[in-house]
Design a protein around this ligand. Structure first.
Ligand SMILES: [Zn+2]
Length: 507
């Protein structure tokens, strides 16, 4: 399955003209020091030293490494554009490894790095990569979401995430049912529409019943933030709160902020500390005064996490948002000169000027994608693989009394011939743009009862099971089973290939 997924990735990377490379898992700390990424993320690196005490780390990603290589190999705009990718193991000292392959210390990832002469060309490249990503995810035939995203520690200012909806997901994707707005919750701007304001006004009865105050402390514990929101409007949008108050930065992980604050004030009552009231924009009409000498900040946005009744930031429709739990399986970043500038990756432009290379980096979580595809499509009987990455698309099994070994071999040969024809077709298509599926086949000839083999085939999750049973003995037809499409039908050998191809389009 991993090989099939990798082959599919290769196909879509080659459509971008990208070349496959393989970089070392071991990277020197010095390089990360130069890019400025060594500090601050310490806890996430798996670090090591060689016998001379030189410091290394197991790479969680390869921007530094590849930029260094390209800086040494490329001199002129004539050497660009350059697109390099790899599918390799990456490492992260995850504080809480969990959910098996979804969040582990070692994971398999595809990373593509793009190098262009100008910012404008790099943005064109970015659009091409997004198209290739859509084609790749379309081909997997899993329902995915694309959301604009925060570039976080990667730098750059243009970024999209690809997600699979999943109840186990750690991300909330906010999308609009009326327009194409789709974003990670981290970027939701807390839009205030007439809907929110009216709703808050209507609810305006007794002031104490309509407010909730949630305390947060600054990381340096010198400031208390009392965030005042309409009661019942949901939990605080901590991403937004952190963005609004960077000086001092807020610790949103502390659970008992007020207790910690009280204890600190008891311990050193004379020390001046700051108390700040942060008022949600939906409460503006209350003209909350300042009875306790707190400093007040009145916002013109909603500070709770968006709900399905919130206003769409893009088309301003009320109650049109959809919120889905999802797992990130891919990410595209436009990096600009974030890495090329500090690592001196420059080229001479056509006007003979030295300029840093404009870069992009684009990942797909390979092990994570396999794990999530497995958990999304499984049912009480077992796994259900998408046809493009199933270990084999078809398994042939026989009831001992219904078919001889020769019968079994005959059916297998028919399917294997079908596989060769399709492989030939794909080769002729030049392996580009063709989305045909090779229906590969395996035979379960283990000495076990039919029921056992069928249960085992269900458990493994082959998209198709071909059974030589009663119908075979009576009329030379096989029984074709497809659990996901609830298909169970008798098919003649002549029709089998065509029927499989037809059904495969839906898987
Ligand atoms: Zn909208």
């Amino acid at each position: 399955m991993q090989n099939k997924l990798e082959t599919l990735i290769d196909k879509h990377m080659s459509s971008l003209g990208a070349t496959k490379v393989s970089l070392s898992s071991i990277s020197s700390e010095e390089l990360w020091q130069r890019s400025g990424r060594l500090e601050g993320r310490d806890s996430e690196f798996l670090r090591l030293q060689d016998r001379k005490g030189a410091k290394y780390l197991l790479s969680p990603t390869h921007e530094e490494e590849i930029t260094e290589i390209v800086a040494n190999a490329v001199n002129s705009y004539k050497d660009l554009p350059l697109r390099l990718y790899q599918v390799t193991r990456k490492y992260r000292d995850e504080a809480r490894p969990r959910q098996g392959l979804l969040r582990g210390r070692e994971f398999l990832m595809k990373d593509l790095y793009t190098f262009d002469t100008t910012e404008e060309q790099a943005r064109e490249t970015y659009d091409q990569v997004r198209k290739a990503y859509s084609a790749f995810f379309d081909e997997l035939n899993l329902p995915y979401l694309v959301a604009s995203a925060d570039s976080g520690s990667m730098g750059g200012n243009l970024s999209h995430e690809y997600h699979l909806a999943s109840a186990n997901g750690e991300d909330n994707i906010i999308s609009c049912k009326k327009c194409d707005y789709s974003t990670n919750e981290e970027l939701y701007p807390g839009t205030l529409g007439p809907h929110e304001l009216n709703h808050a006004k209507e609810a305006n009865t007794d002031i104490n019943t309509i407010l909730t105050s949630t305390p947060f402390l600054s990381k340096d514990k010198e400031t208390l933030f009392n965030v005042v929101t309409p009661r019942g409007s949901g939990p605080i949008n901590t991403h937004l709160l952190k963005k609004l108050h960077t000086q001092p930065s807020i610790d949103t992980t502390l659970e008992n902020a007020f207790a910690v604050w009280s204890a600190l004030n008891k311990k050193s009552p004379d020390r001046p500390r700051m108390e700040l009231q942060v008022i949600d924009g939906r409460l503006a009409h209350l003209n909350l005064s300042n009875p306790t000498g707190f400093t007040m900040t009145h916002l013109d946005l909603a500070l709770t996490v968006p709900s399905e009744t919130s206003t769409c930031p893009s088309c301003s429709s009320p109650s049109s948002l959809k919120i889905s739990k999802a797992i990130e399986i891919g990410h595209t970043f436009h990096l600009g000169t974030r890495y090329s500038a500090p690592l001196n990756a420059q080229v001479l432009s056509s006007s003979n000027k030295l300029a840093p290379i404009a870069m992009g980096c684009h990942g797909i979580g390979v092990s994570r994608l396999l794990a999530d595809a497995a958990s999304q499509l499984m049912d009480s009987k077992g796994l259900n693989w998408p046809v493009k990455i199933a270990p084999f698309t078809t398994v042939v099994v026989a009831a001992p009394k219904a078919a001889t070994e020769e019968d079994l071999a005959r059916v297998y040969d028919v399917l294997a011939q079908e596989e060769r024809v399709q492989q030939q077709q794909i080769t002729e298509d030049g392996n580009r743009g063709s989305s045909s599926t090779v229906l590969d086949v395996t035979l379960d000839d283990r000495d076990r009862p039919l029921g056992w083999k069928l249960r085992d085939a269900d458990l493994i999750g082959y998209p198709f099971i071909v059974v030589l049973g009663k119908a075979w003995k009576a009329s030379g037809k096989v029984e074709l089973q497809c659990r996901r499409l609830e298909v169970r039908e008798e098919v003649s050998l002549e029709e089998l290939g065509a029927r499989l191809r037809e059904l495969a389009k839906e898987l």
